[in-house]
Design a protein around this ligand. Structure first.
Ligand code: PEP
Ligand code: MN
Length: 346
């Protein structure tokens, strides 16, 4: 249960609501709302107490409305926040009518590589440049990323191409340096339940793209988003990137596109899809990218590399700039068919 206060509610009225909740021997939690204070009842409410508590809170001065939130996540739920959240970063609006395309290499490898990719994806209509500087690799012997140097190169390439940037942060202590260089923090699939990392990213207040863990249920995914929201980041973007594969012989993961309409229904947060990690094979990426837009995704994250065969990571799933440009033209037609749009090539 959640109590939404009037914008003009006084501190005394807020405290009176918290006190009333406590008088039921329940924990009251003050939550960061948009323009008004929200107070959550953090304890489980027995069914027979619920209507009594509801009435007791509804009549208190300063209370705008009391909502039942049936989901384990609260701030991420559509019951709490009825309208779609639009994450607006310097005019790029994720979650609005326009689908926002993020593209770039799996890893930042060199200045030439990231700048060439940035200019190419920008020319095709992408709005956000991706590129990993800290790489979560299954093997400790695989390329681990360029670290801070990679962040600098990504920032430089983004500025030169006129693109926002998104890059993964793997450790809580790296949140400040990544936030300083990139517009959006990415929390990778493997770190979806790294709670210290979620807390540090949340506290930074920096826009954050959260990837679904390979075996995470949607409740677990949304509870991870709840950590970010609860700790202070309002700008959270959800990213479906495939779950543990049913058939690894053909695809790296199984892309759960049904997650898109479900997440859009139960949450107000923008939802994007990463078809590259979703299938892991460049040949299949365009079909799933088109399907994701048709399914209602607010955007995509696509891996693009100027020379996929020589990529230091994820070459097999990376599109060439030419393939990406063709895909963008197809995506515009799909977007139009479902009442959305994609930025034209500049
Ligand atoms: C990536 O974006 O390069 C990446 C490692 O993704 P994921 O966390 O989805 O595996
Ligand atoms: Mn990758």
């Amino acid at each position: 249960m959640m109590v939404l206060m009037d914008a003009a509610a006084t501190p005394e009225q807020i405290e009176a609501v918290m006190e009333r909740i406590r008088s039921f021997r329940m924990q009251a939690l003050r939550l960061p709302g948009d323009d008004h204070v929200a107070i959550g009842v953090a304890s489980a409410i027995p069914a027979d107490v619920r209507p009594v508590l509801y009435d007791a809170l509804s009549i208190l001065p300063g209370v705008s409305r009391v909502v039942h939130i049936s989901r384990p996540y609260k701030l991420a739920s559509r019951e709490f926040h009825r309208v779609d959240t639009v994450v607006d970063i310097r005019g790029v609006r994720i979650g609005d009518r326009e689908c926002v395309i993020m593209a770039g290499p799996c890893s930042v490898e060199s200045r030439e590589q990231i700048v060439e990719t940035a200019l190419a994806v920008r020319a095709a209509g992408a709005r956000i440049l991706r590129g990993g500087a800290y790489k979560p690799r299954t093997s400790p012997y695989a390329f681990q990323g360029l670290g801070v140097e990679g962040l600098r190169l990504l920032q430089e390439a983004g500025q030169r191409a006129g693109l926002l940037t998104v890059t993964e942060v793997m450790a809580p202590e790296d949140v400040p340096v990544v936030a300083e260089h990139a517009d959006i923090l990415q929390i990778g699939a493997r770190n979806m339940q790294n709670f210290p990392l979620l807390i540090a990213a949340g506290r930074s207040g920096h826009p954050t793209l959260l990837k679904r863990g390979p075996s995470a249920s949607l409740d677990e995914f949304l509870l991870a988003a709840e950590y970010l929201l609860h700790h202070g980041t309002a700008n959270v973007i959800l990213c479906e990137r495939g779950v543990h594969p049913l058939d690894r012989a053909y695809t790296r993961n199984t892309l759960d596109l049904s997650a898109v309409p479900v997440l859009k229904h139960v949450s107000h947060l923008p939802v994007i899809v990463d078809p590259s990690h979703g299938v892991g094979v460049a040949r299949y990426v365009p079909a799933m990218a088109r399907a994701a837009i048709a399914a209602g995704a607010d955007g995509l994250m696509v891996e693009v590399h100027p020379d996929p065969e020589r990529a230091l990571s994820d070459g097999a799933q990376s599109l060439t700039p030419k393939q990406f440009s063709t895909l963008m033209m197809e995506l515009r037609r799909v977007a139009e068919a479902v009442g959305r749009s994609i930025a034209p090539a500049p």
